[in-house]
Design a binder for this molecule. Structure first.
Ligand SMILES: NC(=O)c1ccc[n+]([C@@H]2O[C@H](COP(=O)([O-])OP(=O)(O)OC[C@H]3O[C@@H](n4cnc5c(N)ncnc54)[C@H](O)[C@@H]3O)[C@@H](O)[C@H]2O)c1
Length: 383
């Protein structure tokens, strides 16, 4: 019942009178994705983006000026400077590279500020645990930036699994990615260990994991045998910018076999670069039926064509095509709107850290297993 009411509020509250008080928001990290955050906030009549921070001097102001948001705003050279000075901030978007996710989110939460934290949640499981503890201490809203959650096709994946049509799930194959797509449009922050910490695994792997784990109700991960490589990123002859090869210090391909609570196994692979068109469709196998989701780029919630449910009807093998769903509105706008609604109406975080903690635990397990060359256990401490 609570969920139905929340969904009703979410779809209708855009027109509500919000008592005239605007949410004061700050943006931490004024790079590529900050643009999408700012543009979505600018569509919210009840939000005022009042402050911008970036470690690179002048970048925050230049960013705000580019999008017509500089007038009346304040500019800072770090997240801490902003949080210390802006004592009446309601919320921040943390749009820094991954290595700065945990320190920025924890500092903001510890100062009573609600946080929308970009994906992946962070780099390690230890960091994710500390972020969740800070959220618990603060009592503030922490939502993680998975905009595909708002996509109707992604919701349909969850609806199909939850409907019981597939029966008990025992096997999932997921992943996706690109043949040639190491992301370096704005420099090297995605490909360096000291900024990104994770390559394809963290950048797009987290989306594939979220698509299936969310559909399954986020079963707890137990063990993982993982693999990571970075052959292409380190090869100057492969790169559009050969000089980046020396800086490349993350993975451009990862794979894993993960055991989940409930006897479910998860077979996963993700790629920024490989000699193949796709590492495979997503397949969810249950005792009563199976679901195929055509391979996807993952990040925007799109699917590669209509899904198929495979089942038996009176002993006959039947394939049911699920028509692609239309989306009403932009997923990124919904991610921002739902975060603001959670703050204003005291709703639960739209993408809760308690779920993404498991996502991060798998990513962490894949990294540890890849380093040690053997299967590892996943132990998630109490929050
Ligand atoms: N949701 C999506 O669709 C999506 C898309 C792209 C990127 N992302 C995520 O967004 C994050 C940022 O990616 P990007 O492409 O914008 O990176 P980017 O390198 O373009 O920008 C990051 C900015 O953060 C700044 N920064 C780092 N630490 C800071 C701190 N403590 N205080 C203030 N500024 C700080 C850097 O100087 C840099 O300008 C990454 O975690 C990435 O995974 C999400």
């Amino acid at each position: 019942m609570a969920n139905i009411l929340d969904e009703f509020k979410f779809s209708h509250n855009a027109d509500l009178d919000r008592s005239g008080k605007k949410l004061k928001v700050g943006i931490i990290g004024c790079g590529w994705i900050a643009e999408a955050h700012l543009k979505s906030y600018q569509k919210c009549p009840d939000v005022e983006v009042v402050a911008f921070a970036d470690l690179i001097p002048g970048k925050a102001r230049a960013f705000a000026e580019r999008y017509g948001a500089a007038e009346g705003a304040r500019f800072y050279n770090s997240d801490r400077e902003m949080i210390d000075a802006e004592t009446d901030l309601d919320a921040v978007s943390v749009c820094t590279y991954n290595r700065q996710h945990a320190p920025c989110a924890i500092y903001a939460l510890d100062h009573g500020v609600n946080v929308l934290l970009e994906k992946p949640m962070c780099v390690t499981l230890d960091e994710a645990v500390e972020i969740c503890r800070a959220e618990k201490r603060s009592g503030k809203v922490l939502s993680i930036g998975f905009q595909p959650r708002f996509d109707e096709n992604m919701k349909m994946v969850k609806k199909i699994v939850s409907s019981g049509e597939l029966g008990d799930i025992y096997y999932v194959q997921t992943g996706g990615g690109r043949r040639h797509g190491i992301p370096t449009p704005f420099g090297t922050s995605f490909i360096r260990e000291d900024t990104a910490g994770l390559g394809a695994l963290g950048d797009i792997g987290c989306y594939s994991l979220d698509m299936v784990l969310n559909a399954l109700g986020y079963p707890k991960p137990l063990t993982v045998s993982g693999y990571k490589s970075g052959f292409f990123g380190k090869d100057p002859s492969y790169l559009d910018r050969p000089e980046y090869a020396e800086e490349f210090s993350v993975d451009d391909f990862a794979a894993a076999f993960v055991r989940l609570e409930g006897g479910i196994v998860l077979d996963f692979r993700i790629s920024w670069a490989m000699h193949c068109d796709t590492p495979g469709d997503t397949i969810i196998l249950g005792k009563k039926g199976g679901l195929r989701i055509p391979s996807t780029e993952c990040w925007n919630g799109s699917i590669g064509g209509p899904m198929t449910v495979y089942h038996n009807v009176a002993g006959v093998c039947v394939d049911t095509k699920i028509p692609e769903c239309d989306n009403d509105g932009d997923n990124f706008d919904k991610k921002i709107r739902s975060f603001c609604d959670a703050i204003e109406f005291g709703l639960p975080a739209p993408v809760p850290s308690s779920q993404i903690l498991y996502n991060q635990a798998i990513i962490d397990g894949i990294s540890r297993s890849a380093e040690s060359g053997r299967e590892v256990e996943i132990n998630i401490p109490e929050i």
